[in-house]
Write a protein that binds this ligand. Structure first.
Ligand SMILES: [Zn+2]
Length: 49
C-alpha cells in the first residue's frame, strides 16, 4: 500500500513522530522533518492499552 495516507487506523503503533515546533504528529518509518512546517521531529512512543 502506498499513497498520501497520513492517518491509517489500521497501522500499528510502531513509529510515531512529533514535530518539536508545531506539534504535528505522524506515523512513519522515518521522518526527519515535519511535513507541515519543516521543523525537527522526534520519535515518540505511544503505547496504547
Ligand atoms: Zn511542524
Amino acid at each position: 500500500m502506498c499513497g498520501m495516507v497520513y492517518q491509517d487506523p489500521y497501522t500499528p503503533e510502531r513509529s510515531y513522530y512529533e514535530c518539536l515546533d508545531c506539534g504535528h504528529r505522524e506515523r512513519a518509518d522515518s521522518l526527519e522533518s515535519c511535513p507541515e512546517c519543516g521543523g525537527r521531529t522526534r520519535n515518540i512512543a505511544v503505547p496504547r492499552e
